[in-house]
Ligand binder design. Structure first.
Ligand code: 5AD
Ligand code: SF4
Length: 467
């Protein structure tokens, strides 16, 4: 009888990727996924430690899981960054947890499950010397037309508010050859869009593929993107999350040269005040950041920006906060995430005096979010009347509809049959709602009957598919 596996994923896209890979590892052990936690023989919570709220949620979910019960012999595992940060402590607060494992150990999950089944309490939070990626099955499972590909993991930047360098460990870049092989296999399975993932993805510096032309040594993310753009079938490349310090000239120029690189970049700045940026150990100024944004828009005028902000970092004055508001006005974000500063145990900023009172944080967050949402609304509204390339992904809510993504990750609803999934089409946008854009297909790799123009032939050419 197959055993059932339920994974709940918290936090970032790297965790989403990790959960998929855990599921791959366990599939080889006879575990099939289920959507119902109570039916599962193995429940994994893949956790996030970035802010206090995210970490606390794990404990309340654990309580609920325990109360709901499950099949006899059911195992509960806590993975991810809370597991890494709290280790055996988790078993003090929740003794019914069978397995605690950090983000660098999940290639060993089969062994951990086997030991737990024998009644052993398993806690694995070391950073193993072998690289996890070399011990994972190749990710070729067909999961639609877009895929996450981890290219880099960990962080050496040590921003003073952040737990990532402690929970994910030092920066590691996968060799370029392994990444290209994986993407070729994904493309052969119908994947058209890849999201390259890393905590510091633009710091990527992986070993060049054997026999690669050009200078030996490491490849940058720009070099990697150029090679990915040559893979047949790959129509879109995205990457996240980037740091302003690593936004090199070659990467900016790749945005000019590669139509596959989407004109939408998540580039967190956190604050617009140089004093706060310094205290955060960001190692750049607000002006440095603005220069990068200007340069990106020079080479790709349709470049839209997304970002992250923290309000109420220790010592943040009204004037510092106003500097953040000014930066946001200047950049004009398509989308941004903003958070109240949350002191994380073990990080330098948690020990700083001058912590900002919660009411002040709330007030600032409200003002910032009001500004960011008005920018987001204006950005979406500006799509009306535009012609956008859309990658069709899945059936829509109504029969005969498909939903795809714009270059800016907006959901776009069009009339098209399910067979059109995976095609790149051009869509004329008619209306904009809060959650999606609506339009008509006017060209690309699939055409409604009655339309005969091939539209923008560049789309088909770059994707290697002729409509
Ligand atoms: N408090 C609040 N926000 C944080 N982030 C990271 N650490 C903290 C913290 N201690 C935010 C940053 C980062 C995003 C992933 O989470 O904005 O870019
Ligand atoms: Fe955290 Fe800074 Fe590293 Fe990003 S760059 S993961 S914010 S320490």
């Amino acid at each position: 009888m197959t055993k059932k596996l339920y994974i709940k994923t918290y936090g970032c896209q790297m965790n989403v990727y990790d959960s998929e890979r855990m599921s791959d590892v366990l599939a080889a052990q006879g575990f099939a996924p289920t959507e119902v936690a109570e039916d599962a023989d193995l429940v994994i919570l893949n956790t996030c430690h970035i802010r206090e709220k995210a970490a606390e949620k794990v404990y309340s979910d654990l309580g609920r899981l325990r109360a709901a019960g499950g099949p006899a012999g059911r195992l509960i595992a806590v993975g991810g960054c809370v597991a890494q940060a709290e280790g055996v402590e988790i078993r003090t607060r929740a003794p019914f947890v069978d397995i605690v494992f950090g983000p660098q150990t999940y290639h060993r999950l089969a062994d951990m499950v086997e030991r737990a089944t024998r009644g052993q309490a398993v806690v694995e939070t070391d950073f193993p010397t072998e690289a996890k990626f070399d011990h994972l099955p190749t990710a070729t499972g067909q999961r639609g037309h877009t895929a996450f590909v981890a290219v880099q993991e960990g962080c050496d930047k040590f921003c003073t508010f952040c737990v990532v360098p402690y929970t994910r460990g030092a920066e590691y870049s996968r060799p370029a050859g392994a990444i290209l092989d994986e993407i070729r296999a994904l493309a052969a399975n119908g994947v058209r869009e890849v999201m390259l993932l890393g905590q510091n993805v633009n710091a990527y510096h992986g070993a060049a593929p054997e026999g690669a032309r050009g200078p030996a040594g490491d490849w940058t993310l720009a070099r990697l993107a150029r090679a990915i753009a040559e893979i047949d079938g790959i129509a879109r490349i995205r990457y996240t999350t980037s740091h302003p310090r690593d936004m090199g000239g070659d990467l900016i120029l790749a945005h000019r040269d590669l139509p596959q690189l989407m004109p939408y970049l998540h580039l967190p700045v956190q604050s617009g005040s140089d004093r706060i940026l310094k205290a955060m150990n960001r190692k750049h100024t607000a002006e440095d950041y603005l220069r990068i944004v200007d340069r990106l828009r020079e080479v790709r005028p349709d470049m839209a920006m997304s970002g992250d902000f923290i309000v109420g970092f220790p010592g943040e004055s009204d004037a510092d906060f106003e500097a953040t508001m000014r930066l946001v006005e200047r950049v004009d974000y398509a989308l941004a995430y903003s958070f109240k500063y949350s002191p994380r145990p073990g990080t330098p900023a948690a020990d700083l005096e001058d912590q900002v009172p919660d009411e002040v944080k709330s007030e600032r967050l409200q003002r910032l979010q009001d500004l960011l949402s008005s920018q987001q609304r204006a950005f979406n509204a500006s799509m009306t009347g535009r012609r956008l390339p859309v990658l069709l992904e899945r059936p829509g809510r109504h029969a005969g509809q498909m939903v795809g993504r714009s270059p800016y990750m907006q959901a776009v609803v069009v009339d098209a049959p399910a067979e059109a999934a995976g095609r790149m089409v051009e869509v004329d946008i008619d209306t904009v709602n809060s959650f999606s854009l609506n339009g008509r297909i006017t060209g690309g790799e699939w055409l409604p009957t009655g339309i005969t123009t091939a539209g923008d032939s560049r789309i088909a050419a770059s994707a290697g598919v002729v409509s």
